[in-house]
Design a protein around this ligand. Structure first.
Ligand code: GCW
Length: 733
C-alpha cells in the first residue's frame, strides 16, 4: 500500500514535471529567440499551393552546402509541414534545385554563366523553369554564399505569402562590405548594449563554442550581413594576443559557412602594450614590422580574416597624432600590413577635438576632409550618418560627397543609445532612409548619400556600410522584441538601400509576428510612425544631445557640468531669453558651409531650412513664427504629440491581444508602458526647463508637467526606472 502511494505520488510529480516541461516549451516557443526565422507551419491553404510547386529538394550533400541545405530542410518542413524528399541529382517535376554551376550538374547545364558572373559570388537568381512536362524552380549563384542568400530570399517569399509562380528574380548587393560593429568588451560587457551580455563567451572559447553563434550567423546571413567586428572600437589590446586570436578563429569557423568574415577592432598602441616597443609611431620601422607580423599571425589561423576597425585619437583612444603623424599615416601603415592578405582597414572619422569656441559638428570634416585621395586602396573611412553622434535625428554628415577619392563607409547605430535603449519602440529604417536619400549635390542633383556609399557617384569599387549591433544574450537577442526589426532593417538596407521602410516593416511583421491582415496594418503603422514620434517627445525641431550625461537615457537639457563643453546639453540647445538653437550659419559657427550649394543655402536660410533641422542650424527667437504657430507653441505641441502617439500606440497594441501570442504581447505591452512614462517625462522635463527662458504659457492642448523642474533635475530617469517599473530583464517573465 505504502509503495503504491509512493508510486502514484511519483507519477503525479512526473506528470507535473511533464506538464511544466510542456508549458516551458510552449512558452519558450514564443520568447522571440527565433527572430524572423520561425518557420511555423503556414495555413493549410497556403501550404497546399506551395506544396504543389515544391515537391522535393535537389541539392548536393556536402559540407560546403550544409548551411543552405539544413536551412531549406528545416524551413520547408516547418512551413509546409511535410518532410520533403531530398536528392542530389534527380530532377523531376516540382523540384526546387539549389546550388552553383560547380556543385549542381543541372544548374551547370542551364548555361547561366554570363548572368551568374555578373551577379558575383553573393548574387543569385531564382527562376521558374519549364521543360516539356517538367516544371522546376532554380536558385543559383556562382558562390555558396549567393546560393544561401537566394535560399533565404525564396523562404522569405513563402513566409510572407508571396507567389512562387513564374519567378524571375536576380539580385546582388549594392554594397560590398555589410558589417556589424559589436562594441563588446573582453569581460563580456557591451558598451551601449541593452540586451544582456556579449554573445561571445571568451572564457569558454575556443574549446566550447556556444551553439547560439550559429543561430546568430543564420540571422545575419538571412539579411545579407557578411562581416562582424567582434570587439569594441574602444579596443583592448588583449584581443590581438595569440590566446584571443585562437578564440576569434573558433568564431570565424562557425561564421564561415554563412558567408561572414570576422574583423577585429585594433588598438593603435598595441605594439607598445603587446610588443614591448617604446612607441606606436607609424613611421617607426619596428612598429611597422610588428603590425606586419601580427597580420601574418592572424591570417595563418584565420585565412579569410576581414581586417581591422580603428578608432584613433578620438575620446582618449591612442592614434597616430600622438606621434605627430596624420590619420593617413596611421591608416596606411595598417593597410600595408594587411594588403598582402587582402584585408582592409576601416578607419573611423568619429574624431573631434575640443578647442575653445568650436563647433563639434564641424570637427570630423575639418580633421579628415583634407586627406581625400591620400588613403591606401584597402582603406575605408567609416563616417557616422550625422556630424555629431547618432542623435535621434541629424542632417547627413557633410563628409558625404566631400571626399570623392576616398571610400566612405556610413556607420549607423542599430543599438538605441540615444533612443530609449531597449525600452522604446523606435523603428530606424525611416531614419536611415532619410539619410540615404539626402542629396549632397556633390555632383549636381541626385548625388545622394546612398550613391556615395554604393560607389556609383564616384565610381568606387570597394564599398561598405556598418551598423553598431544591438544584440546580446537576452533570450530574444535585442531586449525589446521590436528592436529585432532594426537588426533586420539594417541588413536589408545594407543589401539594397532602395527598399522602402514600409516593405521592410511588412516583411518583418509577417515573418516575426503574424500575417493576419488587420494586425499587419496596425503593427506597420506603429513601426513607421515610431521614429518621428520619438523625435517629437525627445528632441523636436532639430534639437539634439539633450540626454542625461553618461548613459544618455532620459532628458537633461540643463546639464552643463562636464568639463568638455561639447558633452553638455546646454552647449547644444543654447537656450536663453532670446531663443533656442545652435547657430551654424555665417553669424555663428558657419559649419553649414561644409555642405555643397544649394544644400548650404537651403539650410542657412531661416525661410528654407526644413523645420526638422531648424534648431540644428539656427538660434531662433521664441516668438518666431513657424508654419503653424510660434516656435514656443510649436515646440510644446511636438512634445505633446509624441506623448499622445505612445498612448495611442498602447491602445492599438491592446487591441491585438489574442492575435499576437500572449508572451510577446505581454512583454511588449510592458515596454510600451515604460515608453509612455518616459515620453511624458521627456516632455515635462524639457518644457519645464525651456520655459524658464521662454517665459510663456503652455499652449492649449499641452498637459501641465507632473513634477517640478527641481525634481527632474534631481532624479535620474534611469535610476528611477530601475527602482520603479522594473529591471531590463523582466521582459518575458
Ligand atoms: O556615441 C558615442 C558613445 C561611445 C562610443 C562613441 C564612438 C564606442 O557614447 O560610447 O564609443 O560614440 O562611436 O566611438
Amino acid at each position: 500500500m505504502k509503495n503504491k502511494k509512493f508510486y502514484s505520488l511519483n507519477g503525479l510529480i512526473a506528470f507535473c514535471v511533464m506538464l511544466g516541461g510542456f508549458f516551458v516549451l510552449s512558452t519558450r516557443a514564443e520568447d522571440g529567440y527565433r527572430l524572423w526565422l520561425r518557420y511555423d507551419r503556414l495555413s493549410e491553404s497556403s501550404a497546399k499551393v506551395y506544396r504543389a510547386q515544391i515537391k522535393f529538394l535537389v541539392i548536393k550533400k556536402s559540407s560546403e552546402t550544409f548551411a543552405v541545405r539544413s536551412e531549406l530542410e528545416t524551413a520547408l518542413n516547418g512551413l509546409l509541414s511535410e518532410q520533403l524528399p531530398v536528392s542530389e541529382t534527380l530532377v523531376k517535376n516540382g523540384a526546387l534545385i539549389v546550388g552553383t554551376p560547380k556543385n549542381s550538374p543541372f544548374i551547370g547545364s542551364l548555361k547561366l554563366d554570363k548572368e551568374l558572373a555578373e551577379l558575383g559570388s553573393e548574387g543569385f537568381i531564382i527562376r521558374s523553369f519549364k521543360f516539356k512536362n517538367l516544371s522546376a524552380i532554380v536558385i543559383a549563384s556562382n558562390g555558396e554564399t549567393g546560393a544561401l542568400y537566394g535560399a533565404f530570399h525564396f523562404l522569405r517569399r513563402l513566409q510572407t505569402g508571396e507567389s512562387i509562380k513564374n519567378l524571375k528574380i536576380a539580385e546582388k548587393p549594392k554594397i560590398k562590405l555589410r558589417v556589424l560593429n559589436h562594441w563588446d568588451n573582453p569581460d563580456g560587457s557591451i558598451e551601449r548594449g541593452y540586451a544582456g551580455k556579449s554573445l561571445w563567451n571568451w572564457a569558454e572559447l575556443p574549446e566550447k563554442v556556444d551553439s547560439r553563434l550559429r543561430d546568430y550567423a543564420r540571422a545575419d546571413a538571412s539579411v545579407g550581413i557578411n562581416g562582424v567586428v567582434l570587439n569594441n572600437v574602444n579596443a583592448s589590446a588583449e584581443m590581438l594576443t595569440p590566446e584571443y586570436l585562437r578564440k576569434t578563429a573558433a568564431i570565424a569557423d562557425v561564421f564561415r559557412a554563412y558567408g561572414i568574415k570576422v574583423y577585429l577592432s585594433a588598438r593603435f598602441s598595441a605594439p607598445i602594450e603587446l610588443g614591448g616597443l617604446k612607441t606606436a609611431d607609424p613611421f617607426d620601422e619596428q612598429v611597422r614590422v610588428w603590425w606586419k607580423r601580427k597580420a601574418d599571425e592572424i591570417y595563418k589561423i584565420i585565412p579569410d580574416f576581414g581586417g581591422f576597425l580603428v578608432k584613433a585619437n578620438s575620446e582618449g583612444q591612442p592614434g597616430p597624432r600622438t606621434y605627430n603623424r596624420t590619420h593617413v599615416d596611421g591608416a596606411n601603415m595598417l593597410a600595408d600590413a594587411l594588403a598582402a592578405h587582402n584585408g582592409v582597414v576601416i578607419w573611423r572619422a568619429f574624431v573631434y577635438d575640443m578647442k575653445p569656441g568650436y563647433d563639434r559638428a564641424g570637427a570630423a570634416f575639418e580633421n579628415l576632409q583634407p586627406f581625400d585621395g591620400k588613403f591606401a586602396a584597402n582603406v575605408l573611412l567609416q563616417v557616422k550618418n550625422g556630424p555629431i553622434d547618432f542623435q535621434p535625428r541629424e542632417p547627413f554628415h557633410p563628409l558625404f560627397g566631400a571626399m570623392p577619392k576616398t571610400q566612405l563607409m556610413p556607420e549607423l547605430q542599430i543599438t538605441q543609445e540615444y533612443l530609449g535603449f531597449s525600452n522604446h519602440l523606435v523603428f530606424l529604417a525611416p531614419m536611415w532612409r532619410e539619410v540615404f536619400e539626402a542629396d549632397t549635390h556633390a555632383r549636381g542633383k541626385n548625388s545622394t548619400v546612398a550613391r556615395v556609399a554604393d560607389g556609383t557617384l564616384f565610381g568606387q569599387n570597394l564599398t561598405g556600410i556598418a551598423g553598431v549591433a544591438n544584440t546580446g544574450t537576452d533570450r530574444n537577442w535585442t531586449g525589446h522584441d521590436f528592436s529585432q526589426a532594426n537588426w533586420y532593417a539594417f541588413g536589408r538596407l545594407a543589401w539594397n538601400h532602395e527598399i522602402s521602410s514600409a516593405q521592410i516593416a511588412d516583411e518583418w511583421i509577417k515573418m516575426t509576428f503574424t500575417r493576419e491582415p488587420k494586425a499587419v496594418v496596425i503593427i506597420k503603422k506603429m513601426l513607421l510612425e515610431s521614429h518621428e514620434a520619438a523625435v517629437d517627445y525627445m528632441v523636436p525641431l532639430g534639437l539634439h544631445h539633450q540626454m542625461w550625461g553618461g548613459h544618455h537615457y532620459g532628458p537633461a537639457p540643463w546639464w552643463n557640468t562636464y568639463e568638455r563643453d561639447d558633452w553638455n546639453p546646454t552647449y547644444y540647445n543654447k537656450a536663453d531669453a532670446n531663443g533656442i538653437g545652435f547657430d551654424r550659419t555665417a553669424t555663428g559657427s558657419n559649419t553649414v558651409g561644409q555642405y555643397f550649394s544649394p544644400v548650404r543655402d537651403e539650410y542657412s536660410n531661416l525661410k528654407t531650412v526644413p523645420e526638422k533641422y531648424l534648431l540644428w542650424f539656427h538660434h531662433v527667437p521664441w516668438d518666431y513664427r513657424l508654419k503653424s504657430g510660434t516656435l514656443w507653441d510649436e515646440m510644446a505641441l511636438h512634445y505633446q504629440r509624441g506623448v499622445e502617439w505612445v498612448r495611442q500606440t498602447r491602445k492599438n497594441w491592446e487591441n491585438l491581444k489574442g492575435v499576437i501570442d500572449a508572451e510577446r504581447h505581454r512583454a511588449i505591452a510592458k515596454k510600451l508602458a515604460i515608453q509612455e512614462r518616459d515620453a511624458v517625462w521627456w516632455k515635462d522635463a524639457s518644457l519645464s526647463y525651456f520655459q524658464t527662458f521662454s517665459r510663456r504659457p503652455l499652449p492649449p492642448g499641452v498637459e501641465k508637467p507632473q513634477r517640478t523642474l527641481d525634481e527632474y533635475k534631481k532624479i535620474d530617469l534611469l535610476d528611477d526606472f530601475a527602482r520603479g517599473i522594473g529591471s531590463f530583464d523582466e521582459n518575458h517573465q
